[in-house]
Write a protein that binds this ligand. Structure first.
Ligand code: FES
Ligand code: FES
Length: 161
């Protein structure tokens, strides 16, 4: 049986795109395979590791378990969209580098996207427990958690200074 295709129109990193997708395809596959946004990592593919985390209408989601067709009309942000016009990094990306919060780097885009939402939301200064709790859906196999939390806390402190 021929796969059923559907046209999906969505905004990705500020740019409107329209793609024909297989109705069974995930948003992860749309972003990586159709649009070449390879910061979106394919890890467990069952919503457990957070490597595929992207922002959909301001909320973090695991794009491996989110159908591409559900993204119709939505605003999607990936790590590629955080970069400034001249390749500038965001404060949270700089903090990850400064704190050595990257080992193999596979989990890093997902962590950065989760941290981005947390920092954009945060009215109050974040405690380590708050950061740990919010980032619980992102796993790091290199176990760099302490440095990751240090990095998020550093970026948060800069935001409040
Ligand atoms: S690849 Fe999506 S949660 Fe692991
Ligand atoms: S830095 Fe390797 S999985 Fe996190």
């Amino acid at each position: 049986m021929e796969p059923q295709k559907k046209l999906v129109t969505l905004t990705v990193n500020g740019r409107e795109v329209a793609e024909y997708v297989d109705v069974r395809e995930s948003l992860l596959e749309l972003l990586r395979n159709h649009l070449g946004l390879t910061s979106v990592k394919k890890g467990c593919e069952v919503g457990e590791c957070g490597a595929c985390t992207v922002i959909v209408d301001g909320e973090t989601i695991d794009s491996c378990i989110y159908l591409a067709v559900w993204a119709q009309g939505k605003q999607i942000r990936t790590l590629e969209g955080l970069m400034g016009p001249n390749g500038e990094l965001t404060k949270i990306q700089e903090a990850f580098i400064e704190e050595g919060a990257i080992q193999c780097g596979f989990c890093t885009p997902g962590f950065i996207m989760s941290a981005t939402v947390l920092l954009e939301r945060g009215e109050q200064e974040l405690t380590r427990d708050m950061i740990r709790k919010y980032m619980a859906g992102n796993l790091c196999r290199c176990t760099g958690y302490e440095n990751i939390i240090n990095a998020v806390q550093k970026a948060d402190k800069e935001r409040h200074s």
